[in-house]
Design a binder for this molecule. Sequence first.
Ligand code: SF4
Length: 364
Amino acid sequence: MTRSCIALLSGGLDSLLAMRLMALQGIRVVALHAENCFHGTERPESARERIGNAAIKLGAAETAFPDLTGETIAIVKKPKYGYGRNLNPCIDCRLLTIRAGFDLMTEKGADFLVSGEVVGQRPMSQRRDAVRLVDRLAAEWGFAGLHLRPLSARLLDMTIPETKNWIDRKLLFGISGRGRRIQMELAERVGLGVYPTPAGGCLLTDACFSGRLADLMRFTPDWGAEEVELLKVGRHYLPGPATRIVASRSEDENRRLGELARPEDFLYINAEKNGAVVLLRGAKTDRFEALSAGLAVFFSKMRERGRACVRRWREGREDEAPEREFAVVDPETLRELEKRVRSSWNAGISSIGGDPVAPPRERS
Ligand code: SF4
């Protein structure tokens, strides 16, 4: 009888390897990649295509991409098991994904769950006590002994797929620690070839992104996925507690800011349209307008001239303001804005109990 498993895929090498080892043992694999809004800046559809294609090529029979954004936001706001070095609630997040895996296992009638954890590789979610916690909760959920970690299996208790000989334990591994050498060699041996690397990884482990998020958590307690998307784009300035200015860094970000703007947000670009788009959200005072327009001049080819005509509009609204001339934001003001961003992020981080963030690299 052909046995089947759900393989959790993060998109990285270890989870692909674990899945591949199952396919090579003749197990029918359903690959599951849990989506949430903190997975780098890659668009979900392109991540889905990249990971889905790799999974099918490496032997998965089916793929599934549940969107866990809402649940992940809830645990980022209040993690039961705390944060890692930044705002990464890895243990809660891992439990969430594993629970989604068991749910899919029930739905598909699969026999067991597989993941690419390597004992001791990550400081938070892959410590032995974290592995034990996950297994204890799996037992409480009714899935005792049904979670196999092929890369570290020989260091861990036998699971049901091993004791019942659904799979051959001799073909599993006893890898531990942070080194990658064994996995790289194994990737060659099992035909992973050039495997796709995740684009950007998890933003919650990034100090700068965590600073932005901590600040958002302080001033916008009911934040959601839409606010997170804005945090991924551009350079951010916080001229006042409830006001945010975002300046794009590329053509792509120009477009993205337009997509993310709310009808009440102001957008600015120099009249020649040869520079950054700047979004102003919050208080529309004369000072914040001048700052936003001045940044649109600063991050453009008009910077050297010191002044430029700036267009202001609101997405989806017809009431575009007449173009006006604005002075470029001066270096001292810009330094002050950057300092303010840093202290606001750090205040947010320390209110949550994390490490201070490094100075932002905002100017280009
Ligand atoms: S690194 Fe990010 S995606 Fe991975 S377990 Fe931690 S919070 Fe979750």
